[in-house]
Design a protein around this ligand. Structure first.
Ligand code: ATP
Length: 357
C-alpha cells in the first residue's frame, strides 16, 4: 500500500515488494487508494503478478493510488480493514508513506487481535479464520519528499524532489541573470528545512530560511547586507529560498512577500516571487530513488518473512548507505518530537534532535 502524500519512488517500492514476494514464494496484493482500499475492500484489493508491475520503476507518483482516509482514523474503519484483509488472505502489510501512515499501521497491528475477536463475535469471520490470521506483520517504508523522518538519512522521493527544485531554480537563474532580477522561491518540506537547505547549497542561493534555524533579530539588515555584497562582487541575480514551514511556524513575520518587499524597497532590486508548488512532487524518480526504493522493498519482504509475533514493527531505513531496520514506533515518535520542538519555537532542541538523527 502507498499512503499519505505521493512521492517519486513509491512505484519502485511497490514493484520491489511484489516481485520479491513472488520470488520468495508468497502471493502479493496491492491495496489501492491507501487505507481507503482497506476500508472499502472489493476491487481495491487486487492480487499482483510479476507482469503487473512492469514499467513501474521509472514512473512518478503512485500507480496504485494514495489517499487521506478519515474512516481509518476510527476503530470501525479499521475493523472493516481487518475483515477485508483476512477475506483476501493477507497476513502482512508493507506500507510506504509518511509518519501518519506508519502510525496508523502500528495502531492497526496493536489492535489486530481485538479486531479479529470482534469480527468473530459478529460472525463476520470464523474462529478458524481467526486462528489462521492471528498475527499481522507490518513493515514501513518511508515515502515522502520532505526527508522529515527520524532514523533514516533519506526518505524515498526526497532526492527526486530536490533534483526537480534545482532544475526549476536553474531555469529561474537564467531569466534572473538576464534581467538582473531577484527571485524569492518558496519550496515544500512542511516542518522540515532539508529541501530548502539542500536546494540552497546545490544552487548557490544567496539566502535561505528554514524552520529549524530562526534568523537573527536583525535578519532584515543581515540579509540585505549579504545580498548587497554579492551584487557588489558582480552577481547579476539574487535567489532567496524560503521553506514553506519557515514562515508558518518559526519565523512569524518572514513571508516571501516580506522578503520581496525588502529586496524591492531597500535594495531596489526588481523582485519576483515563485512558489514551486506541486511540480516538486511529480515527475520521474531520480536514479537514487529507484535504487533506494528497490533495495528497501526487497528488505521489507525479508523483514516480513523474519518477523515473529514479538518483533516490534520495523521501518526500513538507509543509514550511511546501508539498508537497515529500525523500530517503526520510535522513528515516528522521534519525528514528531522535532515537529513539536519547532512548533514550540524551541529551536536549539529541534537542531539537537536533527543532529542526533
Ligand atoms: P505525508 O507525510 O505525505 O503527509 P502521511 O502518511 O504522514 O504522509 P497522513 O495524512 O498523516 O499522511 O496519513 C495518511 C493516512 O494514514 C490518513 O489519512 C489515515 O487514514 C492514516 N492515519 C494517519 N494517522 C493515523 C492514526 N493516528 N491512526 C490511524 N490512522 C492514521
Amino acid at each position: 500500500m502507498t499512503s499519505g502524500g505521493d512521492a517519486p519512488g513509491m512505484n519502485g517500492a511497490v514493484r520491489a515488494v511484489v516481485r520479491m514476494s513472488i520470488f520468495m514464494g508468497c502471493e502479493a496484493y496491492a491495496i489501492y487508494e491507501g487505507y481507503e482500499g482497506l476500508v472499502q475492500g472489493g476491487s481495491l484489493i487486487k492480487q499482483m503478478h510479476w507482469d503487473d508491475v512492469r514499467g513501474y520503476l521509472s514512473e512518478g507518483g503512485t500507480l496504485i493510488g494514495t489517499a487521506r482516509c478519515k474512516a481509518f482514523m476510527e476503530r470501525p474503519g479499521r475493523l472493516q480493514g481487518a475483515k477485508h484483509m483476512v477475506m483476501a488472505g493477507i497476513d502482512a502489510l508493507v506500507i510506504c508513506g509518511g509518519d501518519g501512515s506508519l502510525t496508523g499501521a502500528d495502531k492497526f497491528r496493536k489492535e489486530w487481535p481485538g479486531l479479529l475477536d470482534e469480527l468473530v463475535a459478529k460472525k463476520e469471520l470464523t474462529a478458524e479464520q481467526k486462528r489462521t490470521y492471528q498475527h499481522l506483520n507490518i513493515v514501513g517504508l518511508v515515502g515522502s519528499i520532505d526527508n522529515d523522518m527520524s532514523s533514516t538519512d533519506a526518505t524515498i522521493g526526497c532526492y527526486s524532489s530536490l533534483a526537480r527544485i534545482c532544475e526549476a531554480i536553474d531555469c529561474i537563474d537564467a531569466t534572473a541573470e538576464s534581467h538582473q532580477r531577484a527571485f524569492v522561491i518558496e519550496v515544500m518540506g512542511r516542518h522540515c528545512g532539508w529541501l530548502a537547505l539542500m536546494a540552497g547549497v546545490s544552487t548557490s542561493a544567496d539566502f535561505i530560511f528554514i524552520p529549524e534555524k530562526p534568523p537573527s533579530e536583525n535578519w532584515e539588515a543581515e540579509m540585505c547586507s549579504i545580498i548587497r555584497r554579492h551584487r557588489e562582487m558582480g552577481k547579476r541575480k539574487t535567489i532567496v529560498i524560503v521553506a514553506e514551514g519557515a514562515h508558518d511556524l518559526a519565523l512569524g513575520k518572514v513571508t516571501p512577500t516580506r522578503v520581496k518587499d525588502l529586496l524591492s524597497n531597500d535594495l531596489k532590486l526588481d523582485t519576483r516571487i515563485t512558489t514551486l508548488g506541486h511540480v516538486q512532487r511529480g515527475g520521474r524518480p531520480c536514479a537514487y530513488d529507484r535504487m533506494l526504493s528497490t533495495l528497501q522493498g526487497v528488505e521489507a519482504v525479508r523483514a516480513v518473512l523474519n518477523a515473529t509475533p514479538d518483533t516490534p514493527s520495523p521501518v526500513i531505513c538507509v543509514i550511511e548507505n546501508k539498508i537497515v531496520r529500525k523500530p517503526l514506533l520510535k522513528a515516528v515518535e522521534d519525528t514528531l518530537e522535532v515537529a513539536k520542538a519547532i512548533e514550540a519555537k524551541d529551536f536549539s532542541r529541534a537542531m539537537h534532535l536533527r543532529d542526533a538523527e
